[in-house]
Write a protein of this length. Structure first.
Lengths: 189, 359
């Protein structure tokens, strides 16, 4: 007899929604700050928020390893199941990769990464023109891909919530109380 | 594994066979609104926004940029030296770079315009880009020119000035100058000032104002200038026309090879009410100023020099210095980034001449 989780653990749900807000803000700030000549504090916020997202993503990965994810519904068609599994890997790769690419890109440009006041992050790469160009393009392209993936993610969650009504949305729903339905005792299998 | 189904909403079975039109509309609308908001933020939906790309494009000649080079102030030469801080600056700013000591400097003397091969005599505006490395590792970058005031009061106006200058409409410039008479001050300086024979005799001005924050948190609006120690020797336009195309570079290599060249970094503090947001308006000459010191010790050609891949972004400032209500440092930072991104991607068009020349 094993315990089967039907929802993500409360810390996982909290991080999911908090990071969702951070990441969506981050993507808007990113495309906004490079298309204006008056970015005000956007560039500074972008750097700080990027590092916050990196740290939270690492915490989240640890929580994921500890709590694991609830199993997907057994009747979920194979292509959807595959997309669901794959998208999680891509999201983690982007959450961890994007801040590192941004940090690396500024390092390769010998541009200081000031978090706030007199707190600077050290460069993680040497000054290198072609490396900078490569990382900058990657940062830009992956940001657009990240936003596209989020749109698909939102479409999928609405699909599960409104059309399939299969409990997948509820597994990550933003309610931070512990439900009785969180754990079910599995008697067979 | 039927448990998941139970968590789902009741009544799902009854809707399963009908096309879920309402849900599809909700999903479609949500995604569209999000995508449109994103596209708007990115500037893809409006052609009216002055983007850094447009600003840089307005600086370029019709034939496009010189690949691998800076988009403006394309011709220049690198130097290294020290900033010999005398400690006076600490009174105005808590930045460590003002504490008494010697701090490494990488810089670039340059002349304005998009052509890295232009003859020095042809260009009336000269510039200085500088990066001072503070003792705590925090950098102070600045890009200055030798004009006493800037051409336009706002980045938008500067863009309009550039557009009007290159316009084929015969009245374009007249229209601009009647709306922005301050441009005439700048142009009369460009046409009328007598030029020196050397960068080492030029004074370079931040023009933009910044804010210094002292240890108590008190703020002062400031501008700064590099004042040469060498006595300015001006040359007539006839003699200027006879000079070698690269006479400025040849001159500075020779002078720095003989002895270190000095400029004083002069901080000028605004009085209450002085115009801080508009670099076309000079502050009265009697304002308090402070000499905080610098030296240039070594010159190296740009192609393999330490300034080549540095973006002298005027928004890179140590704690203790911030931007002011002057909109230019942010706009210049954005435009410099566009220029930097372009030339970094084109570095093969401007190849290094020696291996390991990068720094």
């Amino acid at each position: 007899m094993t315990t089967l989780r039907t929802r993500f653990a409360a810390p996982q749900r909290f991080l999911h929604w908090f990071m969702a807000a951070c990441i969506i803000s981050m993507l808007f700030i990113g495309v906004g700050m490079i298309s204006t000549i008056a970015p005000k504090y956007l560039i500074q916020v972008h750097k700080l928020l990027g590092i916050v997202i990196l740290v939270l993503a690492l915490i989240r990965l640890t929580l994921r390893a500890y709590y694991r994810a609830p199993a997907l519904p057994a009747d979920l068609p194979m292509p959807i199941r595959l997309a669901a599994e794959l998208s999680q890997y891509i999201f983690y790769a982007l959450m961890i990769g994007m801040p590192l690419i941004g940090w690396g890109m500024l390092s390769a440009a010998s541009h200081p990464v000031i978090l706030f006041g007199s707190v600077d992050l050290p460069p993680i790469l040497p000054l290198n023109a072609s490396l900078y160009s490569l990382l900058r393009r990657a940062h830009h392209f992956l940001a657009l891909a990240f936003f596209g993936l989020i749109l698909m993610h939102v479409a999928a969650l609405l699909f599960h919530k409104l059309v399939r009504k299969d409990g997948i949305f509820e597994a990550m729903a933003p309610s931070f109380t512990f439900h009785q339905t969180d754990e079910r005792t599995q008697t067979n299998q | 594994l039927r448990n998941f189904k139970e968590v789902g909403m009741a009544g799902s079975g009854s809707t399963q066979n009908r096309f879920p039109l309402k849900s599809v509309v909700v999903i479609g609308a949500t995604i569209s609104v999000a995508a449109i908001a994103f596209a708007y933020t990115a500037g893809w939906l409006t052609s009216r926004r002055l983007t850094p790309t447009k600003l840089v494009a307005a600086l370029l000649p019709p034939k496009g940029p010189a690949l691998g080079h800076r988009r403006n102030h394309a011709k220049g030469i690198c130097f290294t030296g020290t900033f010999d801080a005398n400690g006076e600056g600490s009174e105005l700013s808590k930045a460590k770079v003002f504490e008494r000591g010697h701090y490494l400097v990488v810089g670039r003397f340059n002349i304005a315009g998009p052509d890295p091969k232009v003859a020095d005599a042809m260009v009336p505006v000269r510039g200085l880009g500088i990066r001072i490395m503070g003792p705590d590792g925090q950098e102070w970058r600045s890009a200055m020119i030798d004009a006493p005031v800037f051409a336009a009061p706002t980045p938008q106006a500067f863009f309009e000035f550039l557009t009007a200058s290159s316009s084929k409409e015969p009245n374009a410039f007249k229209e601009y100058s009647s709306a922005h008479p301050e441009i005439l001050t700048f142009i009369s300086w460009v046409k009328g000032h007598s030029r020196t024979e050397s960068w080492t005799e030029d004074r370079f001005n931040s023009l933009d104002s910044f804010v210094f924050i002292d240890k108590s948190g008190a703020k002062n609006a400031v501008r700064w200038s590099f004042i040469p120690s060498a006595k300015p020797v001006t040359i007539s336009s006839e003699e200027l026309a006879k000079r070698e195309p690269d006479f400025l570079e040849e001159d500075i290599i020779q002078r720095v090879g003989t002895a270190p060249q000095r400029w004083s970094l002069m901080i000028t503090v605004a009085n209450p009410g002085d115009p801080t947001s508009d670099p076309t308006r000079a502050w009265p000459a009697d304002r308090r100023s402070l000499d905080v010191g610098t030296t240039v010790r070594q010159i190296s050609p740009e192609v393999d020099g330490p300034c080549r891949d540095i973006n002298f972004d005027p928004s890179v400032l140590p704690a203790g210095i911030t931007t002011s209500d002057d909109p230019f440092p942010a706009a210049r930072s954005a435009a410099y980034r566009v220029s930097f991104n372009g030339r970094m991607a084109e570095s093969s068009h401007y190849p290094h001449t020696q291996t390991g020349g990068k720094q």
